[in-house]
Design a protein around this ligand. Structure first.
Ligand code: SF4
Length: 250
């Protein structure tokens, strides 16, 4: 008994007490900041492998960014990545970070469907579909339920059957082979249901966008409830985004 207490004290807290204020290591690349510094913007845009950088004004689309860091390495006075992991939003436009603009990325509460907070604020079961994913986002989503991030304490869990789910989380760029299974899975979820896109590949196709092996037509037919940027997504980005989405409105 005494030995068990000693082990408990030695290990300390295994879980993150407050996932909204957790610190991440310095190597993490979160929300970028783009300064007003004059630079060769054409060269800056050309460096980006996914055309995430636009000009006039210089901006980065976090739905396309792979967070490779090449732009910040080549133009350190122009672009810096902060450790801010709160990148999720339901408004695609809010994923675009502009130069000189240090706004936090938040949800647009005006467009959150009323039934989401009404039905899911205390309990949300999600079915994950890897639609051509490379297993990186899938691993991070798995980590959301571990003892460290412990997403289950908020009533948010992944389930095996879409029949038991309240929504779908899509990872990967959505390949032709996965287009029909994805649709089948979505159809099997009872109404009302939500759609979350997790990771750059799911949001924009990422580096695979021009591949003829993709079929992203599923996304043309439904409203997306949450975009979770990252390549792969960080568990804290996912958990904070979902918590904001299902937060009960006053
Ligand atoms: S970090 Fe993002 S914006 Fe910068 S070069 Fe890489 S993909 Fe492009």
């Amino acid at each position: 008994m005494f030995g068990n207490f000693k082990i408990l004290i030695h290990q300390g807290k295994q879980y993150i007490p407050d996932v909204t204020k957790a610190e991440v290591p310095g190597i993490f690349r979160g929300r970028p900041q783009i300064s007003n510094e004059k630079t060769d913007t054409t060269a800056l845009a050309e460096i980006c492998p996914t055309e995430a950088i636009s000009l006039n004004p210089v901006s980065i689309d976090l739905g396309k960014c792979t967070f490779c860091g090449e732009c910040a390495i080549a133009f350190p006075d122009k672009i810096k990545f902060t450790k801010d992991y709160k990148l999720s939003t339901n408004d695609r436009e809010r994923l675009i970070v502009k130069e000189g603009d240090d706004k936090l990325i938040t949800l647009n509460r005006e467009i959150v469907r009323k039934e989401i907070s009404e039905y899911f604020s205390g309990s949300l079961k999600l079915r994950q579909v890897s639609a051509g994913g490379d297993n990186s986002c899938e691993l991070e989503l798995n980590a959301c339920g571990n003892v460290n991030f412990d997403m289950g304490r908020f009533g948010i869990e992944f389930v095996a059957s879409p029949r038991h789910a309240d929504g779908i989380v899509i990872t990967g760029p959505i390949t032709e082979n996965m287009a029909a299974p994805l649709q089948n899975c979505y159809d099997a979820i009872p109404e009302p249901k939500i759609i979350i896109l997790a990771g750059t590949d799911a949001i924009s196709g990422g580096i695979f966008i021009d591949s003829p092996a993709l079929n992203r037509s599923f996304l043309d037919n439904y409203k997306i409830d949450l975009y979770v940027p990252g390549n792969p997504v960080h568990p804290l980005t996912f958990i904070n985004g979902v918590l904001e989405l299902i937060k009960r409105r006053k």
